[in-house]
Design a protein around this ligand. Sequence first.
Ligand code: AMP
Length: 377
Amino acid sequence: MLNFDDLGLSTEILMAIKVKGYSTPTPIQVQAIPHLLQGHDLLGIAQTGTGKTAAFALPLIDRLMKNRVKARPARVRALILTPTRELASQILASITTYAKNSKLSSAVMFGGVSERPQIMAMSRGVDILVATPGRLIDLMEQGHVRFEQLEVFILDEADRMLDMGFITDVKRVIRQLPAKRQTLLFSATMPQDIASLANTMLYRPVRVEVTPQSTTVEKVEQKVAMVEKGNRLMLLRNIVRQNSNGSVLVFTRTKHGADRVVKHLEREKVVAMAIHGNKSQNARERALQSFRSGKIQVLVATDIAARGIDVPGVGYVINYDLPEDPESYVHRIGRTARAGLGGVAISFCDNSELHLLRAVERLIKRKVPVDSMLGHR
Ligand code: AMP
């Protein structure tokens, strides 16, 4: 097995990794870092949880540190585009940790909050900018962000960008970038549109593919509860009550559904909050923080809002509805059983959703047993 020391990273970065407590690099880190340090483009097929952030961030920091150029006002030397605010904040947090022994500056840019601090940060120029597409385009068009000094462009979660309707925005940003640059594209899946985008934006990329964290999936005890939609609130309440000491993360397909579940739980005197796209950034951060600290027992989330959220110690994940996209199932249940802990994932299902359950079972290559004790038909 390779060590971090064997990958060719600078001492400053190795020190930061050590403090962070990583002992060995993950497969995507082993495969990607040496090529990235040599300046190659990269096509990474990987999802959250594989260590992909460090796989791109460590060599990025290394490169920017060695190439001692100062970002001029409004310029960025590296741009990381990511679909959601939560992911953008998390990537920035990782970068701050890994770059703490360097003098590199970094900033984050997303909508739903005031533009002012983001414009202020740009006025001095930044080495690494993490952004979601909408706000970036706004500030780019106002002249606050310029790319003449751009050295590296990273497109994260490209397939989500497509799902969320951001692909035109992404292309608009790419047209502004200098042709000579290092480009990385990460995506959990490779639909045709993303493959063609990769073809147009990458130059002779190294291709790295890591399989979804099947180990995570294996550590989670998974069950199905056959329950009609009308009985789901009651069943959820019972599960939450029986598990009164543990955190419960509930996924719903729609924002409206998430709000409805929260209202119902509150009527039952269970403290719960929702996070989804209609909530302000502050409200989402507050809900996440309360959930992490154990102030609230139940967090109800939609898939997009929950993407990338890292909450240690979630005991239960409840799929209040099964997701349309089976890969979301893997993301959802991956929120539990982190850091080697076990966890339980219960999926509510009725006859009209059996096809969704079969799609999940095909993807994870195993059957999810029905727990008849949980049924409230
Ligand atoms: P990511 O796929 O980038 O979202 O990373 C998932 C989680 O793995 C994050 O909480 C990272 O802090 C953690 N992580 C990344 N690289 C390593 C490593 N080499 N060893 C242990 N944990 C890691």
